[in-house]
Design a protein. Structure first.
Length: 209
């Protein structure tokens, strides 16, 4: 499940995984990807979370993350978050206003995963003593070597921001759960996909470079 912005229609699948996408619409002008959302994605999240045992939100300060955390709270689905370095102490007025809605939702998660000890300290400053337990969970995929030859201009493919959900598996398995979210290891890519085994192949145009 993702937002999509590209030169063509979004594919129905990425690899072997079905893709449900909505156009990336700018609801907060001048805020970059932070202000992107499609209201229909909120409805999609509501429906998907109705059958989930647990929700995993890649949570930054953006509208998709806010929507995903809010839907999880309304659905009363257990929620874990991972901030991926996107939540740090900020003093700008727009951030402080956004945090009035965002931080209470982030504090109610069962656990918040961070990448490093430094990030753990920064998130702890933001959330304060009422925040959830902070657990260090490093990235599981290392970027590969740069592609040989000069880089060619790329059309944007998949704009998938934090807020993807993952339904829990009901029996032990050594494989990634079917609804897992992993970042594409291609350097400079913003493509994020839910997959069982590998990063998705390029489909038509290339991921954002």
């Amino acid at each position: 499940m993702s937002l999509w912005r590209g030169s063509g229609r979004a594919p129905d699948r990425i690899g072997s995984v079905r893709l449900r996408s909505r156009p990336a619409r700018t609801l907060l002008p001048g805020q970059g990807f932070i202000g992107l959302l499609d209201p229909r994605l909120v409805r999609d999240l509501w429906r998907a979370m109705g059958g989930a045992d647990v929700v995993h939100v890649h949570a930054g300060r953006d509208l998709v993350s806010l929507a995903a955390l809010a839907v999880a709270a309304l659905r009363r689905v257990p929620c874990v978050a991972q901030t991926h370095g996107m939540v740090e102490p900020r003093t700008a007025l727009p951030v402080r206003l956004f945090d009035l809605l965002y931080l209470p939702l982030l504090r109610r998660t069962r656990t918040c995963f961070v990448l490093t000890e430094q990030e753990r300290r920064l998130v702890a400053r933001v959330l304060g003593p009422d925040g959830p337990p902070l657990r260090i969970l490093p990235n599981g995929i290392r970027p590969g070597p740069p592609e040989p030859g000069p880089r060619r201009p790329r059309d944007p493919m998949c704009c998938s921001w934090p807020g993807c959900i993952r339904a829990s598996v009901r029996k032990p398995s050594w494989r990634w759960p079917r609804w897992s979210t992993r970042s594409c290891p291609r350097p400079g890519s913003r493509c994020t996909a839910r997959t069982t085994d590998r990063c998705p192949p390029y489909a038509g145009s290339s991921p954002t470079g």
